[in-house]
Design a protein around this ligand. Structure first.
Ligand code: DNO
Length: 404
């Protein structure tokens, strides 16, 4: 298992030297400054790589191994005429990354929005802060702030009434914060930031795109990119839609094991793989994470380890719990990942047998509180997650290697 850590670049308050202290060996990063759809040149990639790796001679080495993510331009998701140019650019960025030795690439295919939360500072009983998705607040935004046409068709009468009540009790600041969190706020999102009006326009472009059309567009994208990835030895890792279900009437197509079965039936290439984002898949009760880790083992190129705790009465609402204590059996997931690595070693695929994992998100806690942090990407909270996960990996590794 290769312990990696996400770094957002020179503006990330958690610096490369901070990361070195965590004991992680690999960096997950992206050229966030390059506009979506433009080519990542070798020059820009090298510059970024140098920021990460220049201290390696004197200190514990850190290697930029995983890209999260090369954004997929909306033209590709929309299947617009002319999207071939955007596909070619994406592919060229992949080729340039491979030329610099970076061969694991995470991406997603979520239309208009990327990952979404309603609360970025949900106070836990411990006093630390977590990220949360609250379905009722989300509905309040959709129905009463955004006032999306026909939104009420997506909710029951009881849900509408509850959302109205929540909306009526919101102060103008709360409503503004909610809007910001949903449409403009989160780090690492691979879509543009929007004003409410732009957001409505962006949604309107998808009125005629259902699941089937979006799947066709993903298929078209992969048909172009995968043969080249295979030649370059690049492994792709599609990230699931977070939360994993349709939102704002937009189709979302990477949410469940069935979605993945379909994806691999359609595109069996050995370079076609997934990011097993445990927290994202785990925010649906019908996703059995250890079973998915086993079923899709050979397709897992990257894993985000994070726990979620779903609300008892509204399973679509959740907060991001401790890495090991949540609704997800993280120890069993890690056991499956180690078993998969062991199988790969047995097949002699040594160079690529290891799976990159990273502690996904962390609580804002201790000295993180009061600091400016990228929501979910605090230093201490993630370090706690990594340390816990590392303990599980060490404890299980000996047994798995000896076959017991
Ligand atoms: C959130 C992340 C996402 C993810 C992209 C992948 O913490 O998991 O920002 O990086 O959706 O393309």
């Amino acid at each position: 298992m290769r312990e990696s850590w996400r770094w957002f670049g020179p503006n990330d308050p958690v610096t490369i030297s901070d990361i070195r202290q965590t004991g992680a060996t690999d960096i997950v990063s992206a050229l966030h400054h390059v506009p979506i759809g433009e080519i990542w040149t070798i020059d820009e990639i090298r510059k970024h790589q140098n920021l990460i790796e220049s201290g390696n001679k004197k200190q514990s080495p850190l290697t930029w191994s995983v890209v999260e993510s090369i954004p997929v331009h909306e033209d590709i998701k929309l299947g617009r005429d002319g999207c071939q140019a955007s596909i070619d650019n994406w592919s060229k960025s992949m080729e340039n990354l491979a030329a610099c030795g970076i061969k694991t690439i995470c991406y997603n295919f979520m239309p208009v929005i990327d990952w979404t939360r309603t609360d970025l500072a949900y106070k836990l009983n411990t006093g630390a802060y977590a990220l949360r998705f609250d379905q009722t607040k989300f509905a309040a935004f959709d129905l009463y702030i955004l006032q999306r046409a026909d939104a009420d068709a997506d909710y029951t009468e009881a849900e509408i009434n509850e959302a109205r009540e929540v909306y009526q009790q919101m102060s103008p600041e709360e409503s503004e914060r909610l809007t910001h969190n949903i449409i403009a706020g989160l780090p690492g999102k691979m879509t543009d930031s929007y004003s409410l009006d732009d957001f409505k326009k962006a949604l309107a472009q998808y009125l005629h795109i259902g699941h089937a059309e979006l799947r066709d567009n993903l298929d078209r994208f992969l048909s172009h990119v995968l043969p080249k990835a295979e030649k370059l030895g690049v492994k792709l890792a599609i990230h699931p839609d977070d939360p994993p279900r349709d939102m704002f009437g937009l189709p979302r197509i990477i949410c469940t094991a069935d979605d993945l079965n379909r994806l691999f039936a359609q595109q069996p290439s050995s370079s076609n793989g997934i990011t097993l984002c445990v927290g994202t898949y785990g925010s649906r009760p019908d996703n059995d994470l250890p079973a998915m880790a086993r079923r899709f083992g050979s397709r897992i190129n990257f894993a985000h380890l994070r726990g979620v705790s779903r609300d008892k009465n509204e399973q679509r609402s959740f907060y991001e719990a401790n890495h090991l204590d949540s609704d997800i059996d993280m120890v069993s997931v890690i056991r499956e990942l180690l078993t998969e690595e062991h199988k790969r070693e047995g097949r002699g695929q040594n160079a690529r047998s290891e799976i990159f994992i990273r502690p996904d998100h962390g609580h804002q806690m201790m000295d993180d509180i009061g600091k400016t942090v990228n929501p979910g990407y605090s230093g201490i909270g993630r370090l706690k997650g990594l340390a816990e996960v590392r303990g599980v990996i060490r404890a299980l590794s000996t047994h798995i290697q000896s076959g017991s």
